[in-house]
Ligand binder design. Structure first.
Ligand SMILES: Cc1cc2nc3c(=O)[nH]c(=O)nc-3n(C[C@H](O)[C@H](O)[C@H](O)COP(=O)(O)OP(=O)(O)OC[C@H]3O[C@@H](n4cnc5c(N)ncnc54)[C@H](O)[C@@H]3O)c2cc1C
Length: 379
């Protein structure tokens, strides 16, 4: 007989570990048998997660760096942003994995299984098959972006946020540690939406990332070319050492991920549509969705009840439509966003916590023929 669990979480990434952490901290689940299954032991620093928040939080102990100032640079404008009361924070993935695994391991009812899941099948219980074992569970939280989902993505508005970043170390003091560069549009790959992102970790160390919001990805050498050029021509740095590399592809899409949830299987993380379509940010959204799932489980509701707010899906869809149809407009859109609205309003809007008045203001700042067309096409 396969070993049975109350909950199986497939994937020890951001969503799986945040969910397991929340389950481990809540006494309500202390008698539940829970398994986390992932082929990876999560022992490398494969990402840096950044997010903004107003308060101190449970992540403060593992926060690598934080900032209160940011800038957006476009071809014709420098926008300086005072983020207060928000703080922009960065966590190294390795610190998150290590801390989360250590805290979860303190609970005797949660097991880590290092296996690759090949299928999740719903019957009376849910059967989880790995390359070497079978398990059953009352409910499965699944962070796999399956081939079935990938094959259907092209049927929707689908852009990829793809990027490569280097953590560079310089020989002299080169960085202003107070201010991050959220987007610098001066260096572009043709007419596409591309920008550079800079997180200064110290006066001599920073993450410099060249990012695309485009339909198609590019070869490795292309990112390298722009990274080198940005460091030389815009940061004016000649001598540096690359001490870490980060690469990523994040779907920016209106794909209806939530339709793949069932009574016994909840898709989580990227696979659950928890990455915000218009930005690619998901760290704080994950935290909120996990809180909601915990509340739903404790009140005997479907875990996915009220997980999404449909009006923000609509806003994201309009935005993605413009970006897909008129990709060269990215610089103008972001300049309008941050020039015509306060950063605090923008953060609340992106956090899906804005008032209707603020939403109207954000929409008005983008008022143009492109958005009117996209609005009606989206309707
Ligand atoms: C390089 C990078 C940087 C990012 N930076 C930010 C950021 O700064 N801020 C932000 O908010 N968001 C960021 N994101 C977006 C988003 O937060 C991350 O992608 C986040 O990791 C998504 O969480 P997840 O749990 O869905 O996926 P992951 O964290 O990738 O976890 C998925 C897990 O599932 C496991 N898995 C997959 N298939 C199987 C299988 N068949 N069997 C068993 N296990 C399996 C994988 O091994 C992995 O551990 C970034 C994304 C990338 C790629």
């Amino acid at each position: 007989m396969p070993k049975h669990y109350d909950y199986i979480i497939v994937g020890n990434g951001l969503a799986g570990l945040q969910l397991a952490l929340a389950l481990s901290k809540d006494i309500f689940f202390k008698d539940k048998q829970i398994a986390l299954i992932d082929a990876s032991t999560k022992t490398t620093n494969d990402k840096t997660w950044s997010f903004w928040e107003t308060k101190t939080s449970k992540w403060d102990a593992i926060t690598y760096q934080n900032w209160q100032k940011a800038k957006i640079i476009t071809s014709n404008k420098n926008i300086d942003l005072n983020l207060t009361p928000y703080t922009y924070k960065t966590i190294r993935a390795i610190d998150f994995y290590t801390e989360a695994k250590a805290q979860i391991s303190l609970q005797g009812n949660i097991s880590f299984l290092v296996e690759h899941v090949t299928s999740v099948t719903e019957n009376e219980t849910v059967l989880v098959t790995t390359e070497i074992n079978n398990y059953t569970a009352n409910h499965v939280f699944d962070s796999r972006v399956t081939n079935n989902i990938k094959s259907k993505l092209p049927d929707y508005i689908n852009i990829t946020q793809h990027f490569k970043g280097w953590v560079i170390k310089t020989e002299t003091d080169c960085f202003d540690t107070d201010t991050i560069t959220m987007m610098d549009y001066r260096l572009k790959d043709g007419n596409q939406t591309t920008f550079t992102y800079v997180l200064p970790f110290s006066k001599r160390e920073a993450l410099v990332e060249f990012t695309y919001f485009t339909e198609h990805i590019v070869e490795d050498q292309v990112y390298d070319k722009y990274l080198k050029q940005y460091i030389k021509d815009y940061l004016n740095i000649k001598n540096y050492q690359i001490i870490e590399t980060e690469k990523g592809q994040i779907p920016m899409t209106n794909f209806p991920f939530d339709k793949y949830n069932t009574e016994k299987v909840t898709k989580i993380g990227t696979a659950g549509g928890w990455v915000k379509g218009s930005t690619g940010y998901s760290f704080k959204h994950t935290e909120k969705k996990v809180d909601k799932i915990i509340t739903n489980l404790k009140t005997n509701q479907l875990p996915t009840k009220n997980l999404f707010k449909s009006k923000y899906k609509f806003y994201d869809k309009v935005f993605l439509k413009v970006l897909k149809d008129e990709n060269h407009k990215g610089e103008w859109i972001f300049q309008q966003f941050y020039n015509k609205n306060s950063i605090q309003t923008m953060f609340r809007f992106l956090d899906e916590e804005s008032s209707f008045k603020e939403e109207l203001k954000v929409m008005y700042s983008l008022f143009s023929w492109s958005f009117i067309k996209a609005f009606f096409k989206t309707l």
